[in-house]
Every structure is written in structure tokens, then in C-alpha cells.
Design a protein around this ligand. Structure first.
Ligand SMILES: C[S@@+](CC[C@H](N)C(=O)[O-])C[C@H]1O[C@@H](n2cnc3c(N)ncnc32)[C@H](O)[C@@H]1O
Length: 329
């Protein structure tokens, strides 16, 4: 993609200082801030870098080239945080971000970056990068800013044979822009994502969860940034595999296995074949008629059978599909 973008209209906004010392934008058109006023930089790092990118790298530690797609480029804070994260890593990040109402670089010279102020030249470079062109900003980070309306955007044409590994879904809220959170929007991403791909968003509304699930994702509700109660992480299962819901199993004793069972470590270890779930004392693994596995111990037996409360589910484990699943298609 190339070409000058002539029809960028100025938008009405204010720059607002947030509690972690970094700024955000308040959009007068939409009546919303671009980030949490409790801390814009901290929110970007937590919701997108940590819960999407770092999580994905735990799942795929050998992956060196990662395609990230962002919905809502905004002030480019997520792109900036990701560029800084990749600076000294053995990684190549291709970052694509779509925006319908671009800001002008000249408006952002005094935008505070809080603890990341020393990296301001990269921030300004991100903004000077022309729209609809791919520019390698550092040796580990290339950026493609797409000037387009996400609701009208055809992803197939744009990425051609490439797959998206990670999605940063950073649209304005469901109440302000419900058209950004439909099943259709999530489906076009789902189809373009690589198996095992991860999407995160700061939002956690029930309707969003429902639409993500309908698009094919498996959803995990996580603690939100700062004092926000929840955020969402959605996973695209691997082809030909099921997703097993893995219940919260605190207070279990794992003989000789150095793990913290309240985190995702156990799931990761099983996923990476470092441990065999069948040999985990004293947990019992059972296979359900559906082909899914339940991992449980005596104490959590009841919980294991009441999986409708998503709070209890801490991770998803990918396992091969059984023949029975294939027949039931
Ligand atoms: C929450 S802000 C994104 C913040 C941004 N990710 C950042 O790190 O600074 C939401 C963004 O979505 C953009 N937006 C709104 N409607 C859109 C649409 N239909 N297509 C693409 N972007 C849109 C807004 O202009 C705004 O920049």
C-alpha cells in the first residue's frame, strides 16, 4: 500500500495528563478518553504488551516474527510501547494499526510519555511515518498505519498471505461505538489470525464477550488495568484442536514440580509438553464424553463441574481433537 493521504480532517480534542504522568487524548467528537485517566502508559503496557504480546511469547517462545494488528491507532501509545518493548529483543514485530480519524503529528510534540519520556524521538517518528506505507522504524519494529474505517475494511486484501498473531482491540467503548464490537468485526479478525493467536482489549462488557465467543474465540476474563475490575483476552484455538477449560486450582501440592498453580504456568508447561497432565500428582485428569479434559482434585471437584462461572477459569489448554469431535461436526 502506498500513496499520500489528502483528506485527513482535523479533529477536536484535548490533551489530558493521566495519573502515571503520561498524557492521553480526550475526543470531543466521541466524548471519551483514549486511555484510562488512571495512567495511559501503564494501561497500554498492562493490557496490550503484557496480556497480549508477552503472553503470546510465552505460548510461542520460538516465534521470532510477529504480526500485530491494532484497531484504533489513536495517539499511537500502544504502538510506541510495543516498539520500546522490542528494542533489545531478538524479535521482528510488524505492527499494523487502523485509524479513521488521525491526529496531526504537530499536535503531539508536547504529549507527555511519563516514564518513557526519554524515548520521545521514537514516538515522534511513529507520528511522522506516512499513512498507508510500511516503514521500518527500528531494526525490530516496522509500522503500517492504515487510514481507513475499520467497519468497512477488508482484511483479506490488505494482508494477503500473512496471518495476524496478536490483536490489540482498542476501540472506543461499546456504548459509544457498538458498531466496532460486532460479531462481524471479530470474525474478520478471527479468520485472519494464526492458530493460537491472542486478542486483548481493555473492555469486558458481557455483549463483547458474547460477540467474541460467537466469532469463534475462547474468552478469558482477566483483572483490568489499574483499578479496573476486568479486561478480556480471547484466544484462537489451533486447527484441529479443542480448547480445554482449566479451572483455578489454588492450594494444590505439586510434588517436585516448581510451579505456581495460581498462574498460567501449569497450563503453559502442559502446553509446551514439559509435563504430562496425566502424571500430575495429586490431580486427576479425566476425559469427558465431549473429548475435553477436566483437571481436578477432590477439593475442587464441584468447581470443576460448574464451569459456567468464567471467574474460575484461569487458562486454556490445547489438546488434540478426538475422533468423536470430528464426527460431531
Ligand atoms: C481508544 S482510542 C485508541 C487509542 C490508541 N490505541 C492508542 O494507543 O493511543 C480509539 C480510536 O479508534 C478510532 N476510531 C473510531 N472509529 C473508528 C473506525 N470506524 N475505524 C478506525 N478507527 C476508528 C478513534 O479515532 C480513536 O483514535
Amino acid at each position: 500500500m502506498s500513496g499520500k493521504v489528502e483528506n485527513i480532517k482535523p479533529i477536536e480534542f484535548e490533551i489530558v495528563r493521566t495519573n502515571d504522568g503520561a498524557d492521553t487524548i480526550f475526543s470531543k467528537k466521541f466524548g471519551e478518553h483514549y486511555h484510562s485517566t488512571a495512567g495511559s502508559l501503564g494501561e497500554s503496557i498492562y493490557v496490550y504488551q503484557k496480556q497480549a504480546l508477552e503472553y503470546y511469547l510465552q505460548l510461542f517462545p520460538d516465534k521470532k516474527q510477529i504480526n500485530i494488528f491494532e484497531v484504533g491507532f489513536g495517539v499511537g501509545l500502544n504502538a510506541f510501547v510495543t516498539l520500546i518493548y522490542a528494542l533489545d529483543k531478538d524479535l521482528q514485530i510488524n505492527f499494523y494499526s487502523i485509524e479513521k480519524f488521525p491526529l496531526q503529528p504537530a499536535d503531539l510534540y508536547n504529549f507527555s510519555l511519563g516514564d518513557y519520556q526519554k524515548y520521545q524521538p521514537f514516538f515522534l517518528q511513529i507520528h511522522k511515518t506516512p499513512w498507508n506505507q510500511t516503514v521500518k522504524i527500528t531494526s525490530t519494529f516496522s509500522l503500517t498505519k492504515i487510514f481507513a474505517d475499520w467497519t468497512q475494511y477488508n482484511l483479506d486484501q490488505f494482508l494477503e498471505n500473512q496471518m495476524i498473531d496478536i490483536v490489540y482491540y482498542d476501540a472506543f467503548s461499546y456504548d459509544t461505538q457498538p458498531e466496532m464490537w460486532t460479531v462481524e468485526m471479530f470474525k474478520k479478525l478471527f479468520e485472519k489470525m494464526s492458530p493460537g493467536g491472542v486478542l486483548t482489549t481493555y473492555a469486558a462488557k458481557g455483549k463483547i464477550k458474547q460477540n467474541l465467543t460467537r466469532a469463534g474465540f475462547f474468552i478469558e476474563r482477566l483483572k483490568g488495568a489499574w483499578s479496573k475490575r476486568h479486561m478480556l483476552r480471547a484466544l484462537k484455538p489451533k486447527k484441529g484442536q479443542n480448547v480445554v477449560r482449566f479451572i483455578s486450582i489454588s492450594n494444590l501440592k505439586f510434588d517436585n514440580i516448581p510451579i505456581n498453580p495460581t498462574t498460567l504456568d501449569l497450563a503453559m508447561k502442559i502446553y509446551n509438553k514439559q509435563i504430562d497432565p496425566y502424571e500430575l500428582p495429586p490431580i486427576k485428569v479425566m476425559q469427558l464424553p465431549t473429548g475435553q479434559y477436566l483437571i481436578r482434585d477432590g477439593r475442587h471437584r464441584a468447581a470443576a463441574f460448574k464451569l459456567n462461572g468464567l471467574d474460575r477459569i484461569k487458562a486454556y489448554i490445547f489438546v488434540p481433537k478426538t475422533k468423536q469431535d470430528d464426527h460431531s461436526k
